[in-house]
Design a protein around this ligand. Structure first.
Ligand code: SF4
Ligand code: MG
Length: 319
């Protein structure tokens, strides 16, 4: 398999006064070229922090990230410049992420300007082409972001991300702020662009139903840790981690055969604070299957089934 991104034991801790927020605490995964990897979890679980740390908006606390076999945190000069073009991000809130006083032309051309790739007519020509690619048109170039609807703004955000011909796009809840009726349109546009341009996506979401539709594989996060990762079908058909099982039990299933066998699992209590997370398995305070060992040892991240990774003591053969 052709790995485009390799993440090893990545940590991102934030220091707030004397306290340390362990927002991301040791995640390991690969992304395969051309796939969509969905990253799912409740708000505050660290999924956006991973995205921002991968693209170097945040400095990692420790761990390594390789993009096209190059160590991302050691890049300088030309290598860094190239990385900054090849990895792009689409943000959750198309209202907040686009400057309302800027013309669409200048918003989309921002990267082109930073990297000095085109000027004047050529610059405009590229922007118009991008507008057409995302389903807008030339007349939109001279209008301001505030004149557009949410769905149109997210199309502008996508055009901006495409301007530097990236290989990899981190989409941080790109549809969560949009009307349900618009969500599928934006997701379908993203799928079409992926096919046409050979893009790889890291698709961050809190909603398991939409993420299944777009993702080839899905990773599930809980309190700064990745707890399970596999192809989408295995994750839905045979979730291994008790947290994933609980999340999935809350997703309505259209097939009545399946819903009859899947009982709703209600988790007790709240997600603990990432400032002082539980010892051992971080999910143990809410886990219906908790055992003695769960408080003592951090469960190992292991391939419990072929290409199906999980961190849970239930899957230790020797237990
Ligand atoms: Fe539950 Fe223990 Fe598995 Fe954690 S390691 S998910 S507490 S069984
Ligand atoms: Mg977020």
């Amino acid at each position: 398999e052709n790995v485009i991104l390799e993440v090893k034991d990545l940590k991102k801790h934030f220091h707030i006064g004397k306290q340390v927020v362990q927002a991301v605490d040791g995640v390991t995964f690969d992304v395969i070229r051309g796939e969509t990897l969905g990253l799912v979890g409740e708000s505050g679980c660290g999924k956006s922090t991973i995205g921002r740390t991968l693209i170097r908006l945040y400095e990692a606390t420790s761990g390594s990230v390789k993009f096209n076999d190059q160590d991302v945190y050691k890049l300088k000069g030309k290598g860094l410049n190239q990385f900054n073009q090849k990895m792009q991000m689409i943000f959750q809130d198309p209202y907040a992420s686009l400057n309302p006083r800027m013309k669409v032309l200048d918003i989309i051309a921002e990267g082109i300007d930073i990297h000095g790739l085109a000027k004047g007519e050529e610059r405009r020509r590229r922007v118009v082409e991008l507008l057409e690619v995302v389903g807008l048109n030339a007349e939109h170039a001279d209008r301001f972001a505030h004149e557009f609807s949410g769905g149109q703004r997210q199309r502008i955000g996508i055009a901006r991300a495409l301007a530097l011909e990236p290989d990899f796009i981190i989409a941080d809840e790109p549809i969560s702020a949009l009307d349900v009726s618009i969500q599928a349109q934006v997701v379908n546009l993203m799928k079409k662009l992926q096919k046409e341009r050979g893009l790889t996506y890291l698709f961050i979401a809190h909603d398991l139903s939409m993420v299944k539709y777009i993702s080839d594989r899905i990773g599930v996060m809980y309190l700064g840790n990745l707890v399970e990762l596999s192809d989408s079908d295995s994750l839905y058909d045979e979730p291994l981690h008790p947290y994933t099982q609980a999340l999935l039990s809350a997703v309505p299933v259209p097939d009545p055969e399946v819903s009859r066998t899947r009982e709703r699992i209600i988790l007790e209590g709240d997600v603990p604070s990432p400032i002082n997370p539980p010892s051992g398995c971080r999910f143990r305070t809410r886990c219906p299957h908790v055992m003695d060992i769960c408080a003592q040892e951090v469960p190992e991240w292991k391939e419990a089934r072929p290409k199906h990774w999980v961190a849970c003591h239930l899957y230790n053969e020797d237990k």
